[in-house]
Ligand binder design. Structure first.
Ligand code: 13P
Length: 288
């Protein structure tokens, strides 16, 4: 199946009270592990690519070529969207041109008027091309260049203004942050989420910073309109842990244990296990 926009899978998820996972990719192993897990669990899936990861993999065209090739070679039949994560205005155009099927324009750091102006334009362009568009209000905290910011709480009125523009899905800051949550984290701001859900109608809401959010909070967030949950760090942690175990136990020094196909094997399986666990928690298994 070729890449699809995230619109249909997310509207279906919102109606069915489950969420589709966005799993960020970094390389071939990541992509293959996520696609195979989605297929094995008959789950729709969104592959997230940040601008940095896109650059790391060689550029957007390489990413699109790799993903399209894997969809065909691995005979993937579940719905898959290739989504630009936290895209800049310029990055959004580049990713569209390269063949991404879904775009996030993160205008949360602009003043609301500028966020509205740029999002309005991108709603028009993406809908003409049949692509999905995610917008953001209220920045999501986390570690950036060593500075850890607390998650902002989005203003429900601003959320309504942006969702009324016709975006496919809306990311709203509700105290969520990227990376690991600090020990003194206050948890998700459910009052804010509930208000945002009330004013944005049936627009699927997006929860960033999915790593480390307790299961009960995930379930409550889904009951309040969240239909897309982003996970990145958790796959990185499981990959690193499994790879470290392999090397620390000296397996790379035994026989041909240094072969990348062996060396990266445990990390690959660890990503698969993490993705499966999240798909089960989010309720997307058998929803393809
Ligand atoms: P985590 O790295 O905290 O899982 O967040 C992922 C994310 O929100 C990507 O946009």
């Amino acid at each position: 199946m070729s890449l699809v926009s995230a619109k249909e899978m997310l509207n279906k998820a919102r109606d069915g009270k489950y969420a589709v996972g966005q799993f960020n990719i970094n390389n071939l192993e990541w992509t293959k592990a996520i696609l195979l897990t989605a297929q094995e669990n008959n789950s729709p899936v969104i592959l997230g690519v940040s601008e940095g990861a896109g650059k790391y993999m060689g550029g957007y065209k390489t990413v699109v070529g790799m993903v399209n090739g894997l969809l065909e070679d691995l005979k993937i039949t579940v719905p898959v969207a290739l989504h630009l994560d936290h895209g800049s205005y310029e990055g959004a155009y580049k990713a569209m041109e390269a063949g991404f099927s879904s775009i996030m324009f993160d205008g949360s750091h602009y003043a609301i008027d500028e966020n509205i102006a740029k999002t309005t334009e991108l709603v028009k362009v993406t809908s003409e091309k049949g692509l999905s568009l995610e917008a953001e209000v209220g920045s999501i905290g986390g570690e950036e260049d060593g500075v850890v910011g607390a998650g902002e709480i989005a203003d429900p009125n601003e959320c309504k203004q942006i969702s009324d523009l016709g975006v496919t899905m809306l990311a709203a800051g509700i105290g969520n942050i990227h990376g690991k949550y600090p020990a003194n984290w206050k948890g998700l701001a459910f009052d804010a989420l509930s208000q945002i859900n009330d004013v944005t109608g049936d627009v699927p809401l997006v929860l960033h910073g999915g790593t480390g959010i307790p299961a009960e909070m995930i379930k409550k967030a889904i009951s309040l309109g969240v239909a897309k949950i982003n996970v990145n760090t958790e796959c990185q942690l499981s990959f690193a842990e499994a790879t470290r175990k392999y090397i620390e136990s000296g397996k790379d020094l035994q026989g041909k244990g240094f072969d990348p196909r062996k060396l990266l094997g445990p990390g690959f399986e660890a990503i698969k296990a993490t993705v499966k666990e999240k798909m089960e928690l989010f309720g997307s298994v058998n929803q393809a």
